[in-house]
Design a protein around this ligand. Sequence first.
Ligand code: PLP
Length: 706
Amino acid sequence: MRVVQYTNQQQDEWDAFVRQSKNGTFLHERRFMDYHSDRFTDCSLMVYDDNTLISVFPANWDASAHTLYSHQGLTYGGLLLTTEATQRQVLEVMQCILLWSISYLQVLRVVYKPIPYIYSDCAAEEDLYALFRAGARLRTRGVSSVITMSNPLRMRKLRMRGARRAIDNGLYIDRMTDEDWCTLHEYWQLLSDVLLRHHAVTPVHSEEEMRLLMSRFPQQIKLYLVRKADKSIVAGCVVFITRNVAHIQYIASGDEGREHGALDLLFRHLIYERFKQMAYIDFGVSTENGGQLLNEGLIFQKEGFGARSVCYDSYEIDVDRAVVEQMLPVDVEPDRSIRYLDLQQLNASFEPLLSEAVERVVRSGRYLQGSCTAAFEQQFAAYIGVRHCVLCGNGMEALVLIFRALKTLHQWADNSEVIVPANTFIATILAIREAGLRPVLAEPRLCDQLIDVELLPQLVNECTVAIVPVHLYGRVCNMPRINAFAREHHLLVVEDAAQAHGAMQGDRHAGALGHAAAFSFYPAKNLGALGDAGCVCTDDDTLADYVRRMANYGSATKYVHEVPGINSRTDELQAAVLSVKLPRLDADNERRRWIARRYMEGIDNPLIVEPAMPRDEREHVFYVYPILTGYRQQLMQWLRQHHIETIIHYPIPPHRQAALAEFAHLRLPVTEQIHRDVLSLPISPLLSDSEVERVIAAINSFNPTD
Ligand SMILES: *Cc1c(COP(=O)(O)O)cnc(C)c1O
């Protein structure tokens, strides 16, 4: 947050804020406040959060007393706030203001006058809580009599009798017309006279000041009068009309008015006719006479009209930097639940570029095989470091296209074998089978859940044609060893890089570490579209060309079909979206790594086994942050109670799926243990630092035996 002292350049910004704030009225507009400026040193402050103005604070500064005053007469001070401001933000605003005034004004004391709740659109007293946290104490308590118009008490007969007496004596109600300064003059004479005789004070506003204000705010400030038959004024009051409240000030009744019930007549009129639509009528607190309240007795008098008391308080803070610095309770976090992955938030963070890109496609009239797909293919190939990127329908089809193309180009026999990790997402296995090849499931290592290279020799035979390293959870497999093994056994290496966008091994990206690679741009992947998309990456010109034709009905030229193909395309909209997102991929991955590092440092619950960070951190992009625990159900439940969502990648191993019944006989203990114990913690790049800390704290406090 940032505090800026108000200057006249900000007048428009200030007034616009006041108008849409939840507790500001025209009394806080600069045109009103500035008329005071010759009496006070204006030290009004504006507070920005993320460059958005979220609060303004009208205040004055008395340098010799080292005191900041948050009020100017009727213009109550206190924080003006937006309706959306949260309690935590208000605490932070108050803290920033106090720290600012300590640093720049060397204040020792702040006098704070909250705006009474009746002036708020939605009654809230967040600033009172902030005062409490800052160590404030009540300084003065003004009490005003206010009628809640939705629930007025029954008017007493007494008032009715007074009003009738006034009418019987020929008194009548009048309102000063705009700019009728003679009438104002006459009333101010009466008012000054009455105040002087009864209370030995003069009005806070001189006649000239009132004239100035009335000419600036003709709609909001009105003078109501009671006249007698000869038209002379016997009583009256000024009404400040704010959005919820008719605020009555400068009430005066001369001797004749008092005798004849002039104010009974006037208030009856204001309450039951003139302002009956208002939420409140406020008879105000008079602070003349050095702060002595003139109208203490009037509360009870006005009770006759159904008024009750509302406090107009002021607080005093002896500012103590240490106390102010402790104002924000460290463990107070807005109780926002932490979603596993909030795609709406994620995609919103690419605005407005994302919507602009989509709109350009919508307007272009070209929705398939146009410039957006061509551009993204080029960008992604360059990023991964391969000669070809061929976009297709999704990640699974990318795998199917690769295997079908390789099968044809290399004349692999039906049911040739392809080694694949048993704990992959089922799409890898389905794709191999879909291409007429036979998946051979390999156990992973428990420590990194990646294919166990040590076991490969047991799985390879003369039917084996390929091996699929799956960079599961975003971590690159041990490619030098896999490639060496493949070379030795004349196998091709097809990377399933659907979870590893941006991961690197040595100086090459995942996707450029084998013969060909499949990527998925499923929305939740590290690089995700707004729907389905995928691609094939390879340096093999023949393969790329074959895949491209096959994905387009086996056709390179329209209506000429050389090979039996399918339709598997990424549309222009998705390609445009991907081009917007690609430039941020590395930064997002870096943030994921940062979160992973924090988890590794912070989580120390002995019931949890965490993933390891590879020695070269660039080898992991943490698509998933998988932990292992024998207490998965209880932990998920515990985290849910702490409003933290987790997901299981994946709950049932492929060989236990009905869709892959031919593998049901296999015993794969490591795979089974992973699927039984694995749990994915939130690792969205948009998690805030404090959300990460919340996850760590919740996990460390987990103890299923409690
Ligand atoms: C997501 C994913 C796929 C499939 O991608 P789709 O675009 O959903 O078809 C394949 N393999 C792995 C490892 C995946 O994570």
